[in-house]
Design a protein around this ligand. Sequence first.
Ligand code: SAH
Ligand code: SF4
Length: 428
Amino acid sequence: MNKSDSERIAGILSHFGYIETENEKEADLLIINTCSIRQLSADKAYSQLGVWGKMKKSKPHIKIGICGCVAQQDKDNIRKRAPYVDLVFGTHNIYELPALIKRIENDEKVCAITNNPVICNQNDFKIIRKNSVNAWIPIIEGCNNFCTYCVVPFTRGRERSRKPEEIICEAENIIKEGFKEITLLGQNVDSYGKDFNDKNITLANLLRELNKIEGKFRIRFVTSYPSDITDDLINAAAECEKVCKYFHIPMQSGNSRILKEMNRRYTKEEYYNIVSKIRNRFPLVTITSDFIAGFPGETEEEFQDTLKAIDELELDYSNTAAYSPRAFTKAGKMTDKFIPEPVKYERLERLNEKNREVCLKSNEKFIGKVLKVLVEAKTEKDGKIILNSRADNNKIVHFESDKYNIGDFVNVKITKAQTWCLYGEIEE
Ligand code: SAH
Ligand code: SF4
């Protein structure tokens, strides 16, 4: 979501003649788009601001900006911690940027943080996409779930879906421009449309509409909330040939008591049922997840339920993190139940080890199978051209070829599996 926001910010700035530079020493305007999901990401943002603050001492004309979740969350603090900052804008204020830029260009110090999103047709603004093959399209922003560990509902606000016609128009333009993949984004894509009070506006129907767009491209969607995945969504994924058979469904913990403490609306058993429903429907599907190690009060036995779940569910990959207390959240106040740091990080290490083990196992399942991949990049090794690609099921596949190019779809037979990627050869 942040990467997508950054592409939109770069697009808006381009209306004012700003051009992105790879060399920050050349920049007249430096903006950091921040994440506050864990303390580490927030700390990184402040340390980057510190570096830029020093740069500004010798080059007072440069302007420094900060946006995203840290800006939204720390509004008053930023000026105290980094008084040299010229522009602070929140997650709801991106589309106000044209007016804000004019103000900082007039040497005004600006802070634009509201709790109400600035609503507009996002298609009125240019987007400078980083990737030439895949395009992100946010379909729903914010979150209503209030998982007890998570700061997102406080930094991104309540759920707001974009109008289907606006999304379809953006997708049509993207395909005309030559993109080969669209990824629909949302904190909980399954909630898409619920705020319109029209039962026909759902993620499943949006996929059906996008699938009708002419052209050779594929569609992904992230992130799915386990108990919100409907049979209709699974049916739509099955009906639509352009929709990738890939689901990212964060489980967070393999223990039902911890899930309840996290305010997740499903039990371990319900999660198992969803996974088996999807696996039965799509034999080559990959299912990935997120897990948190050391949630307040988590016992060793409860943590082991997570390791067991990853094994039993044969998850194909998981993002992992040690629990990080966040401002405003319920779990952040459970200080008497906090797990000591060394225990948390030792659990995270075991979680990562389990993840590596199941990833390799998952990759090995594909040896001998033919996967349809989309070429994303090209590299050279020992005089040979290696194409770096991604299969429909999100597996990274490398193969040798001087015939195909970035943006091509190719059938590749898998010959070798490593923990994080597959190798193969062209299957004509
Ligand atoms: N909406 C998605 C998750 C978005 S946040 C969902 O509900 O699953 C991305 C991931 O960050 C989460 O899945 C969670 O695993 C992790 N995360 C969120 N808050 C965290 C915290 N306080 N400490 C550690 N990890 C956290
Ligand atoms: Fe955070 Fe939960 Fe919302 Fe995901 S569903 S963004 S974890 S509050």
